[in-house]
Design a protein around this ligand. Sequence first.
Ligand code: 5GP
Length: 143
Amino acid sequence: MAEAAYDTSNIFAKILRGEIPSHRVHEDDAVVAFMDVMPQGPGHTLVVPKAPSRNLLDADPATLGPLFTVVQKVALAVKKAFSADGVTILQFNEPASGQTVYHLHVHVIPRFDGIALKPHTGQMEKPEVLAENAEKIRAALND
Ligand code: 5GP
């Protein structure tokens, strides 16, 4: 079955256009990274290319290099900022996989020995906690 077309009203398109707020930790010509509002753990960050695509399946391959360059930078930064033991990278494509927002994005989640991830799209985090965590990640990115 053919997949749906890219919808410019998705929540990440609105964040990229600055129509709704986000706690940004990185922005360059091609990529933005900001805090997930329903984190699966402290420091859960989303890395999002500015170029529109629903997900990895319809993405222009040219967007993937810049995207994953930032994924690696953010992974190193969250590991440092939260003194994490590891980092989980997640990326979902279409509803069957668990995708809920239809603009390509990569999850970067700090991990700690023996601590399970919280549920995907579970509880909203307090804005002040997201702001504090974003500041820690920005500091680690600038180190
Ligand atoms: P997906 O299921 O599509 O891979 O992940 C979408 C992610 O976006 C989820 O982890 C969810 O918590 C997060 N999310 C949903 N709405 C918003 C929002 O308005 N702002 C931010 N920053 N994250 C969101």
